[in-house]
Write a protein of this length. Sequence first.
Length: 95
Amino acid sequence: MLFFYHVYGSGQDPYCIECVKMLDGSGYEYALTFLDKSNELKKLISKKYDIQSFPVVVECDINGQEQVLGGWKELRIALEYKDECKGCKENKKVR
């Protein structure tokens, strides 16, 4: 494969979990980094990719080039994923 996706997020975030579900069914390779236990890493990732919210999905190629795809919504569009994350908005409000 010429590229893979790297997802940075939280194991408690329904949008992050939904990203993993989409990638599991996509056939694409991906890496997953949970930031729940490291606020310093979260700050570094936020600064590196100039992002403020998580999850963030980064497209990485075999030459080491990276491009921020976005979050759950952008990954859904990129993969042409049809299902909605029915519980995401409700679970997000609870947190």
